[in-house]
Design a protein around this ligand. Structure first.
Ligand code: ADP
Length: 547
């Protein structure tokens, strides 16, 4: 054993124990990047100075509402500037920003708001009709603060309902330093709360801390990773409620990049127009959204694009290559989970791939990438828990640890998502190669067991998605008396195209083993999505069972 193991007399350094806080991000943006802009839907345009001035009013406004320090405060909002103000003011004043998924069923919504014991809900005016019917079943919520969003949805006459802008007008701007108020505070204070979607069982709350958020922010800012800089214009298409929009809002503020927020519309033309008009250089979205933009990519000048981030589910290589052809920039894979703040790994090629063939580079870009600094990953045998080699071949459950990885769930006690030595079990199957690249094979629960062998639904989907007329595809297992399970593909074709199952099978035959070919290809007009816009295989399985 090393002499250093357990040495109690090791010496402390003499550096300042200043806590890592979101308060610093707010004040840095105010001091250094006052002139930079936050734009919502191409119309609402404010400088960081104006935004932080309103954050200062909101800080006092929260006191006027008697919101206790440590209270959870929910946001039920799209990606807009007022939501960003809440992203800043709540943690900067030691309240906890609880971003609630606006697409949840009322049952999950009520469970989450009650479980979090949210004190106040801030809600976009146009979204009020989705949550207000549940208000009486959320008895702990004292105030409902409506964020003006340009819509004119009726607002019920109820004393619990307040107007956000009126609250800010009533509140004097806080004149002090948010950061100083943290000087003696613990950087491990909670800053944000986000529930995983809970496809099985109850949603689980992931409680971020100031420290984890700042470190995650720095981790993604590193050059060679997302590498946000002052000259970027960042567009988080990924919703603010999807794991802090992958850290892009805090990252943009920390780097001094401008932010372009899409507002409530996910219409492909709207998104592409924004990217073109605002000269967006960095954008992040799930693959289904990237795929929806494909037919119109050629109509827009996207020459400002520098980095496109794709995550949440596997980005088919063909989709990434379509973007590379159209914009010069592929979609860079990012692997993450709500529990990992969310970014754990970033893909793309490195110097060692410079001499590689085009095909080899495409294969590298298809991998989920290398872990971020400070993040550790390992793969283990699902049955035995034994560590597996990093040889690019052994497939095991991916486990992860690091300072922005959850150590447990909010108010849940022990959970088998964590190993005895404190690592997070991701539920993903992966390989890790000698360069440390992760390659996700599938989610454990999505893998198809056929005749004692495994079929990766992700690989089959990538093969089918490589057909230019396929807009969306999901492959699930169908129970089979002989083989245990067989793959079935659900496909949405692009508008105006028409293909038979045989044609698609012919297309993928050279790409996959014969016994991998789906037993059935079912054409659909759309596929069910989760609240975060990913394809929902659990809903497909459910409807396949019923149908
Ligand atoms: P949910 O489980 O509700 O979808 P998350 O958004 O936290 O919530 O999803 C995390 C999961 O998404 C990961 O465990 C993994 O299965 C999948 N995922 C995330 N990023 C990628 C990626 N780049 N490639 C493939 N799968 C991904």
């Amino acid at each position: 054993m090393l002499r250093s193991a357990g040495a109690a007399d090791a010496m402390d350094g003499l550096m300042q124990p200043r806590p890592l806080t979101i308060a610093h991000i707010v004040e840095r943006a105010e001091r250094l990047y006052a002139h930079k802009c936050v734009t919502t839907a191409g119309a609402d345009r404010h400088t960081y100075a104006e935004v932080v001035h309103r954050v200062r009013r909101l800080a006092t406004g929260l006191d006027l509402l008697d919101v206790p320090v440590g209270a959870r405060v929910a946001t039920f909002a799209c990606n807009n500037r007022r939501h960003l103000e809440l992203y800043l003011a709540l943690p900067a004043t030691k309240r906890v920003l609880h971003t609630v998924n606006i697409r949840l069923s009322s049952e999950h919504l009520e469970y989450i708001v009650n479980h979090a014991e949210d004190d106040v809900v801030f809600v976009d005016r146009r979204l009020l009709p989705r949550i207000w019917p549940s208000a009486d079943r959320m008895p702990r919520v004292r105030h409902w603060v409506v964020l003006p969003d340009g819509s004119d949805h009726p607002i019920p006459a109820d004393p619990r309902i307040l107007d956000y802008d009126e609250l800010l007008m009533r509140a004097d701007p806080f004149a002090g330093s948010f950061e100083d108020a943290f000087a003696s505070a613990d950087e491990n204070l909670a800053s944000g709360l986000c529930y995983t979607s809970g496809t099985t069982g109850r949603p689980k709350g992931v409680l971020y801390s100031h420290r984890s958020t700042v470190l995650h922010c720095l981790g993604t800012l590193a050059a060679g990773l997302i590498g946000l800089s002052e000259s970027d214009v960042v567009m988080p298409i990924v919703p603010f409620f999807h794991a802090n929009a992958w850290g892009l809002p805090y990252g943009a503020l920390m780097a001094g990049a401008s932010l372009t927020l899409p507002g409530h519309s996910a219409d492909p033309v709207h998104l592409l127009q924004l990217m073109e008009a605002e000269r967006v250089s960095v954008a992040g979205a799930v693959p289904t959204v990237w795929s929806s933009l494909v037919p119109r990519l050629g109509n827009h000048d996207l020459s400002a694009t520098r980095f496109l981030l794709g995550g949440g589910s596997a980005v088919p290589p063909s989709l990434s290559e379509t973007y590379r052809a159209a914009t010069g920039v592929p979609i860079t894979h990012s692997w993450g989970m709500t529990e990992v703040s969310p970014v754990g790994a970033i893909g793309g090629t490195r110097t060692q791939h410079r001499g590689a063939t085009e095909e080899e580079q495409v294969a590298v870009r298809a991998a989920q990438g290398q872990p971020l600094p400070l993040v550790n990953v390992r793969i283990v045998d699902v049955e035995t828990g034994r560590a597996l080699p990093r040889d690019g071949h052994a497939v095991g459950e991916l486990q992860v640890s690091g300072p922005w990885v959850a150590s447990g769930y909010f108010r849940r006690g022990a959970d088998d998502s964590f190993t005895d030595d404190g690592w997070l079990r991701t539920g993903d199957l992966a390989t890790i190669d000698a360069d440390g690249y992760l390659r996700l094979v599938d989610r454990i629960k999505d893998l198809i067991k056929s005749g004692g062998e495994w079929i990766s639904s992700v690989e089959l989907e990538a093969a089918i998605a490589s057909h230019p007329d396929v807009a969306e595809v999901a492959v699930i297992a169908r129970p089979d008396p002989r083989w245990t399970e067989r793959p079935v593909a659900y496909v949405v074709l692009r508008d105006g195209s028409d293909h038979t199952a045989e044609e698609l099978l012919r297309h993928i035959t050279p790409m996959v083993a014969k016994w991998w070919l789906p037993d059935d290809i079912v054409f659909m007009t759309s596929l069910p999505k989760t609240g975060t816009g990913k394809l929902s295989k659990s809903s497909l399985r459910e409807s396949a069972r019923i149908g």
